[in-house]
Write a new protein. Structure first.
Length: 124
């Protein structure tokens, strides 16, 4: 279900630094045109639409000074390479704020909690 106030971001997947993959949660990093108004930084439950299928996703909107902000999506139940593909991210519900965490273990714990919240929020 897409809420009326959902935010939709369309863009092309570009190769990132691989930090999410190193932690066990690969992400699709988006290059896109600015969204007005820009979404608040944080983790969102939502959907990613590829040319083939719709997937549940944890979508991260980063806080960076330039516009547009960083957007990356961990796509649930997806394996493959989307670099160069056009995808659509639909932000359905805000899950959590971005946090400065002390170490990778704390980051992994937060990501696990966020992913569980996404699974509970957006059903197949």
């Amino acid at each position: 279900m897409i809420q009326q106030d959902s935010i939709i971001i369309k863009g092309t997947v570009q190769r990132g630094l691989g930090q999410g993959r190193q932690l066990g949660w690969p992400t699709a990093n988006l290059t896109y045109e600015a969204v007005i108004p820009p979404p608040a930084p944080g983790v969102y439950a939502g959907w990613v639409d590829t040319q083939e299928k719709r997937y549940r996703a944890a979508i991260i909107v980063g806080a960076r000074p330039q516009n547009p902000p960083l957007v990356e999506a961990h796509i649930l139940e997806f394996e493959g390479d989307l670099v160069g593909a056009l995808i659509t991210c639909t932000l359905v519900k805000f899950i959590s704020a971005l946090e400065e965490l002390k170490n990778n273990e704390a980051l992994k714990n937060k990501i696990s909690r966020d992913i569980e919240a996404v699974k509970n929020c957006v059903m197949n």
